[in-house]
Design a protein around this ligand. Structure first.
Ligand SMILES: Cc1cc2nc3c(=O)[nH]c(=O)nc-3n(C[C@H](O)[C@H](O)[C@H](O)COP(=O)(O)OP(=O)(O)OC[C@H]3O[C@@H](n4cnc5c(N)ncnc54)[C@H](O)[C@@H]3O)c2cc1C
Length: 447
């Protein structure tokens, strides 16, 4: 196996290496397909995932394959884009080299689009015992745990003992927490009573804990209050001005002293950007994002750009950087591809300007809230807009059709049929073959 430059052929074209095939990286690579660059796109997964609908996978509303798209498929007809599945380990800016678990690669230009990860704020217990929602694997993990626990609850006679298995605590009243709470409330209403008729529906409690005095702090006051009203009506216990301080896998302990038994604590209380070894000096101390100038170029670094969640671009309109949402990543991907071709042609380049298209969150069937640049809205029509926007943001006709089919089925039948408990046992037909990552690291070490 050739680990030199990840076995990418030599080319006279300048090489742009893109780290991460999420909203920003994939969009950049798509825009540069057919350009005068040699493009190398690296991600730890061989698929790109649509994070806004993770919660629907976790809540058994969608199959994972409906919201993930194989990266290679996007570039079937592309001559200049090379895809590699690898874990980014380090960047050496002076050597213009990226080090991955498959080997090294040299770049002329580097675009860092590695997104963000869950922030547990240093709480080791919460990190160890809670569930988070930052990957498809984690979404499936939540789905499995819900149904494993409900199956177990069938054997537990004592009401008190049963609570830990059937109650949920969601931490964080941002869009992810709100959407998750809404979806769980619908599952409690429409799905679980049919599957588990022996349980009293009212036994199942869903708590949403938010440290501030309202939900959706990144949205307008009106949207936050509407979301709270919808959730309370759906039976969610919204706890404001309190926070989960500790969790041992069985019981959440709140700052107020309140204790809630649950073995499903879903942590949706914050994100932070990964700190890439070798790039540490270029992070903003406060936001822990890579500090970039108005052209998305990492400050004090030549030929290294950062896009999407990880890019900390401060401006008069966004003194703390842009919101960490998909549109920023997509627009930065568009911007950098245009800027690089203008630079190549010797044309003047303009600074990046974010076009705010609005923020939305759905709270369940027929209910959503949205803030557009000039107004806020809530209710059925907002929900229809939410469906439309998310559907058309998905890549691939197959995925769109799958999602539409599932949504229609769930909507009309008040049910979905995706409640399989899939065990994560790793039975391999060929036991002598090591898992891919062992194989790779062994071979990298030897080469
Ligand atoms: C549950 C959830 C719901 C959300 N809902 C919304 C929403 O409704 N609307 C909205 O606008 N935004 C939403 N967001 C935010 C949105 O998904 C992000 O802003 C967006 O994905 C950022 O794009 P990105 O390209 O910067 O990073 P990402 O899309 O996260 O892509 C990063 C890529 O880098 C790869 N990667 C990371 N580290 C490594 C490594 N070390 N080695 C190799 N590959 C690596 C990852 O596999 C991933 O493919 C949501 C996020 C979450 C988690």
């Amino acid at each position: 196996m050739d680990h030199t430059n990840l076995n990418i052929p030599h080319s006279a074209q300048p090489r742009i290496v893109i780290l991460g095939a999420g909203f920003a990286g994939l969009n950049l690579a798509r825009n540069l397909s057919g350009s005068h660059f040699q493009v190398v796109l690296i991600d730890r997964n061989n698929f790109s995932q649509f994070q806004p609908l993770f919660y629907q996978v976790a809540m058994a509303g969608l199959e994972p394959s409906a919201i993930a798209f194989p990266i290679r498929k996007v570039f079937h007809s592309s001559q200049n884009v090379y895809v590699r599945q690898a874990e980014i380990l380090r960047v050496e800016p002076d050597q213009k080299t990226v080090i991955t678990d498959y080997g090294n690669i040299q770049f002329d230009i580097l675009a860092v689009c590695l997104g963000a990860e869950t922030n547990f704020y240093g709480n080791a217990n919460i990190e160890k015992f809670s569930f988070s929602l930052k990957s498809l694997g984690q979404a499936l993990g939540i789905r499995n745990q819900i149904f494993v626990d409900f199956e177990k609850s069938m054997y537990i006679k004592d009401f008190k003992d049963r609570q830990g298995y059937i109650d949920f605590v969601i931490v964080g009243g941002g869009p992810t927490g709100v959407e998750m709470a809404g979806a769980l409330a619908e599952m409690k209403q429409y799905v679980l009573p049919k599957d588990y008729p022996e349980l009293e529906k009212d036994e199942i409690d869903i708590y949403l804990v938010q440290s501030g005095n309202r939900l959706l702090p990144g949205m307008s006051e009106k949207s936050g209050r509407n979301a709270e009203k919808f959730l309370r009506r759906m039976g969610v216990t919204v706890i404001l001005n309190d926070r989960v301080n500790d969790y041992d896998g069985n019981q959440a302990i709140l700052k107020s002293g309140r204790k809630i038994p649950t073995n499903k604590l879903i942590w949706a209380a914050g994100i932070k950007c990964p700190v890439i070894p070798g790039l540490e000096p270029y992070y903003d101390e406060k936001s822990r994002r890579l500090l970039v100038d108005e052209h998305c170029k990492v400050m004090s670094c030549s030929d290294i750009y950062a896009l999407g969640d990880i890019a900390g671009m401060k401006s008069d309109s966004y003194p703390r950087g842009h919101p960490q949402v998909a549109q920023v990543g997509l627009q930065m991907g568009d911007y950098l591809s245009r800027m690089l071709s203008r630079q190549q042609n010797g044309d003047a380049i303009r600074p990046f300007k974010y076009k705010d298209k609005g923020v939305m969150a759905t709270i369940g069937r027929n209910k959503a809230v949205a803030d557009f640049p000039r107004f806020s809205t809530a209710g059925f029509f907002t929900w229809v807009i939410w469906l439309w926007v998310h559907l058309f943001s998905l890549i691939g006709i197959r995925n769109k059709l799958l999602v539409v089919f599932n949504w229609m089925w769930n909507y009309l039948r008040f049910d979905s049929s995706l409640r399989l408990i899939i065990e994560q046992k790793n039975h391999r037909a060929d036991q002598n073959q090591p898992p891919i990552n062992d194989y790779v690291s062994e071979n990298v070490e030897r080469s």
